[in-house]
Design a protein around this ligand. Structure first.
Ligand SMILES: Nc1ncnc2c1ncn2[C@@H]1O[C@H](COP(=O)(O)OP(=O)(O)OP(=O)(O)O)[C@@H](O)[C@H]1O
Length: 272
């Protein structure tokens, strides 16, 4: 049963660049406890929709429509000027630009805990415990390192840790596993599923073109094509009876890819 009040409401969102429309009348709600994916091919407008929600649109974008976070209208407010209660977490594909290369992982990760009132020592401990929950071995050593001294998969988990530490009502993850190898991808998707979409955890908007990844993490889907939401509904329904030609094609391709690989044995090789 969904709560009466959405975490996020998007109404008639329209985006354009120099009079060229790229997103058309996008409308959707996302409720606490939900994990929803925004699916669609490259260039369909997924990332721009997410950036509008985050208040991170490029200066050249013209935006119309309404975006509310926890019933606060944030439509015209850039991320840096939003009230703390309406700030959202964001995990992107590019982990290099997401982390400050000059600051140790520890200093970056303990900051949200300090902002929540913990002492430096307690914040350091909370950061280490969070890394342990995200299955990162030897967390105290990781906290001393800089972002450049980590692998891509480790950096992505640090970005997830940062997002969870900020305790926002909604996490937006934009293709967070695209740059990772298959095993690290599967582990990262597991972590996303375990740490979002339940009480005391953020709701999730998961942006992807990968239907298999979406099905692993989310329960509901919005499908975008050329700037428009063309299909929406529970993921099991969408997988079983896709209505729009694009969704049908995505399901067919995804099923074909799964049949090509001995998926069961691969899954057994990945620790929980
Ligand atoms: N800064 C920009 N200036 C002009 N056009 C842009 C800009 N950013 C994106 N676009 C255009 O907006 C459309 C939607 O782009 P968007 O990045 O949202 O697609 P996407 O669905 O996220 O694709 P991908 O999966 O490849 O990231 C595309 O046609 C793109 O070329």
């Amino acid at each position: 049963m969904l709560s009466a009040s959405p975490v996020l409401s998007v109404r008639d969102l329209r985006l354009s660049f120099h009079q060229r429309p790229v997103v058309h009348n996008v409308t959707f709600d996302l409720y606490p406890g939900e994990r929803v994916c925004l699916l669609g091919p490259s260039g369909s407008g997924k990332s721009l929709t997410a950036r509008a929600v985050l208040g991170l649109l490029p200066a050249t974008a013209a935006a119309h429509g309404h975006i509310t976070v926890l019933n606060h209208d944030v439509s015209t407010i850039p991320a840096a000027r939003r009230a703390p209660a309406t700030r959202l977490s964001y995990v992107a594909q590019d982990t290099f630009t997401a982390l400050n290369p000059l600051v140790s992982i520890g200093a970056q990760l303990q900051r949200p805990f300090q902002q929540q009132g913990l002492s430096t020592r307690a914040a350091r401990q909370a950061a280490a415990e969070l890394l342990e929950r995200l299955h990162l071995p030897d967390p105290h050593s990781l906290l001393r390192r800089s972002p450049a001294e980590l692998s891509g998969g480790q950096r992505q988990r640090i970005c997830l840790a940062l997002a969870f530490a900020c305790r926002t009502p909604l996490l937006i993850a934009d293709e967070p596993t695209t740059a990772l190898d298959t095993i690290t991808q599967a582990r990262t998707l597991d972590l996303l599923r375990q740490h979002t979409g339940h009480p005391a955890a953020p709701a999730l908007l998961f942006i992807t073109h990968d239907l298999t990844a979406a099905a692993h993490v989310c329960t509901r889907a919005l499908v975008m094509d050329r700037g428009t939401i063309v299909e929406r509904g529970p993921l099991p329904d969408l997988l079983a009876t896709p209505q729009h030609p694009l969704t049908r094609e995505m399901v067919t391709l995804s099923v074909a890819a799964t049949r090509t690989l001995p998926v069961r044995s691969v899954q057994r090789a990945v620790p929980a």
